[in-house]
Design a protein around this ligand. Structure first.
Ligand SMILES: [Zn+2]
Length: 229
C-alpha cells in the first residue's frame, strides 16, 4: 500500500500529546534519540521563525504576544513543510502538533502511505502541572524550556535560565484551561484508535519513558500483525 514502505521498513510516526508541564518535550526528545527519529517541535520551529523574522514568524509573534495560539492554517503549513524534508521521510516524533481536530485531520492526510501513526497522550493532574509550571525556568537566550533542575545554564546553548515571567499561578491555570478546552475534542478524535495510549506522566521521568517505550512497541507490534491502527 505505502509507496515509502519499500525504503522505510518499520517507519513510525509518533504524536506526543500532553498539557504544558507534562514533560512531553523531554519524552519526545528521548524517543527521538532511542528510535532515531527526528523530533519535530512546532514550538521550536515557531521560535526560530520569530527570531529569523520571516513572514510566518512575524504573524506568529503577534498572535502569541496577544496570548493566543497560532491558527490552524499557519501551523498546518509549517508542519507540512517540515514533514516533506528528507529526514522525516521514515518517521518522526511530533511535539506540539496537532492541537485541534482540524490539524489532526490535516495530519492524517499528510501521512497517507507513510506508515502507522502512534499517538501518546501524557496525562498529569492539574494541581501537579500548576506546581511544575509556576516554578519552571526557560533559557533567556534560545527559549528552550527543557532546563535541567541542577544547573543555571541552558543545556542547548549555555544561556542563562530565568523564571518565565508569564508563569504566575493564575496565568498558569488559564493556560491549562485553554489547553484542556482545545484538546478535549482532539483526544476524543484519537481515543478510539488502537494506536492511542494514555501515559501516566505523574511519575519520575525514567518510569514515564519506560511506559512510552512499551506503548510504542505494543502499537508497532499490532501494526506488524496487520491490526488497523
Ligand atoms: Zn538556550
Amino acid at each position: 500500500m505505502a509507496e515509502h514502505e519499500g525504503d522505510c521498513p518499520g517507519a513510525v510516526n509518533v504524536v506526543m500529546l500532553g498539557p504544558p508541564g507534562a514533560g512531553k518535550g523531554t519524552q519526545a526528545e528521548r524517543l527521538s534519540r532511542t528510535r532515531r527519529l527526528p523530533k519535530i517541535s512546532t514550538g521550536d520551529i515557531l521560535r526560530e521563525a520569530v527570531l529569523a523574522g520571516t513572514e510566518v514568524g512575524r504573524a506568529a509573534k503577534e498572535t502569541m504576544e496577544a496570548g493566543n495560539l497560532v491558527g490552524d492554517d499557519i501551523m498546518i503549513a509549517i508542519v507540512q513543510d517540515r514533514l516533506s524534508r528528507p529526514d522525516a521521510r521514515c518517521g518522526f516524533v511530533l511535539d506540539g502538533f496537532p492541537r485541534t481536530v482540524v490539524q489532526a485531520t490535516a495530519l492524517d492526510r499528510m501521512l497517507a502511505g507513510r506508515g502507522p501513526l502512534v499517538v501518546l497522550d501524557v496525562v498529569v493532574p492539574e494541581d501537579v502541572l500548576v506546581r511544575r509550571l509556576a516554578t519552571r525556568r526557560i533559557c533567556s537566550k534560545c527559549g528552550s524550556n527543557a532546563a535541567p533542575e541542577w544547573t543555571n545554564a541552558c543545556g542547548k546553548c549555555g544561556g542563562a535560565l530565568v523564571t518565565r515571567v508569564d508563569d504566575g499561578i493564575e496565568i498558569v491555570r488559564e493556560r491549562l484551561k485553554v489547553y484542556q478546552r482545545q484538546t478535549k475534542p482532539l483526544v476524543e478524535y484519537y481515543a478510539t484508535r488502537r494506536s492511542f495510549s494514555s501515559i501516566d506522566g505523574n511519575r519520575p521521568p525514567d518510569v514515564v519513558t519506560a511506559a512510552v517505550d512499551a506503548a510504542l512497541d505494543a502499537a508497532l507490534d499490532g501494526a506488524s500483525r496487520g491490526v488497523t491502527l
